[in-house]
Design a protein around this ligand. Structure first.
Ligand code: NAD
Length: 378
């Protein structure tokens, strides 16, 4: 495996998370060469210089285009607001770089399709930031399902709730602008859909409702601005497997801090997971004596790889940033030509089609096929 030159665009919440992953991946896994943190880009040279010092990057630039064309860079992490993803990812792929882009792919389906076309034309690895699929507990859930331990899955409930937009007096920022996408659907909905995709497969049809809980928000410097995105969405799902489902997302849900709750109901049992308790899974199986039945709690431990690469002791727990380190390792393996557990642009576009079908369904107030084109979306 060659030493990768890493470029990072954006150093906010996710930028720091990617930087920590690139810094830690070789130490945690011990089987990949330590990447060279070649350059980072920020919105200004001054900010870029400061962040490069903090995050351990050799060089800094206020112009992301000079980063993607730099010959010492092999892979580009894109962690900027959603609207920037298509231009940055396509430019990086056209310059021959591998790309690790944060979700959602883009705010418009046609841009996500262009990103996929650029990835196919380049032959480079193009992966998305769907870190929750990397939880060792998710891999356990996959095994429980494939072992048939809960029988045939007939229903799934997916919820993602946080309260960072719950206060109506919090100032207007980019997540309330239409340029960021539909709102909670593509900000949040894509995450539970990524879990659904790896655990149970695709979605056939959707019927959605979206809501703006607050009509406007205060603007810095005075006045108020109309909110353009929908912070709440509720969607009925029909899966390709024939199972039914329900997706509920809310980024104005007071009290919820990082909930991604999953309930999978089968003919012989039930699996329950919540990201707020990301180191455990609840399993109910209908076998055994009726008077002893109940959910059991399985705590994550070294028997659930790659937990063992972080900590030898069970029950001590991984954290959110560790999922990004695992994702980074999978990306490096894919770049080296190995089999890896990632959502690439091809699978990502399927998630995007589903999300855009949901938005269209909400606007047209009818069921929509998940693969239907975006034309007619208002
Ligand atoms: P953020 O606002 O914290 O950070 C964005 C950064 O991009 C800022 O530092 C900003 O200065 C920088 N930036 C803006 N314009 C730039 C430009 N032209 N050139 C270089 N840098 C520029 O946002 P965030 O919360 O980190 O979200 C970024 C992306 O990450 C979004 O697409 C979001 O959906 C995604 N995200 C993913 C997860 C996850 O769990 N995978 C979690 C949160 C956010």
């Amino acid at each position: 495996m060659k030493v990768l030159g890493v470029g990072l665009i954006g150093t906010g919440y996710m930028g720091k998370c990617h930087a920590l992953a690139w810094n830690a991946v070789a130490s945690v896994f011990g089987d990949v060469p330590r990447p060279r943190l070649a350059m980072l880009a920020e919105a200004s040279q001054e900010l870029a210089d400061r962040k490069a010092r903090e995050l351990g990057f050799e060089r800094a630039t206020g112009d992301w285009r000079s980063l993607v064309s730099d010959p010492t860079i092999d892979v580009v992490s894109i962690t900027t607001p959603n609207a920037f993803h298509p231009d940055m990812a396509i430019a990086a792929l056209e310059a021959g770089k591998h790309v690790w882009c944060e979700k959602p792919m883009a705010t418009r389906l046609e841009d996500a399709e262009r990103m996929l076309a650029a990835a196919c034309a380049s032959g480079r690895v193009a992966a998305l930031g769907y870190n929750y699929i990397q939880n060792p507990v998710m891999r356990l859930i996959r095994r429980i399902l494939s072992d048939g331990q809960i029988g045939e899955v007939n229903h799934v409930r997916l919820e993602m709730d946080e309260d960072f937009m719950a206060d109506p007096e919090d100032p207007f920022y980019w997540k309330s602008e239409a340029s960021s996408g539909h709102g909670a659907l593509d900000d949040f909905g894509v995450h539970p859909l990524s879990l659904l995709w790896v655990l149970l497969g695709g979605v056939r049809r959707v019927c959605a409702h979206m809501l703006k809980p607050y009509a406007d928000r205060p603007v810095q410097g005075g006045g108020r601005r109309a909110v353009e995105t929908y912070d709440i969405a509720t969607v009925l799902l029909e899966l390709e497997s024939g199972a039914s489902g329900l997706l509920a997302v809310n980024r104005s849900a007071w009290g919820r801090k990082g909930r991604i709750a999953l309930q999978i109901f089968g003919s012989k049992g039930t699996i329950v997971f919540d990201q707020e308790r990301m180191n455990e899974v609840q399993l109910y199986t209908a076998d055994g004596a009726k008077d002893r039945q109940g959910f059991c709690t399985i705590l994550a431990g070294p028997q659930h790889p790659p937990y063992d690469r972080f900590i030898p002791a069970p029950g001590h727990g991984l954290g959110f940033n560790d999922l990004k380190i695992i994702e980074c390792h999978e990306l490096m393996r894919r770049i080296a030509g190995e089999k890896a557990h990632l959502i690439d642009f091809e699978e990502g576009v399927r998630i995007e089609r589903t999300v855009h079908a949901m938005a269209r369904s909400a606007h047209e107030r009818r069921w929509i096929e998940a693969g239907e084109s975006e034309s007619g979306e208002s």
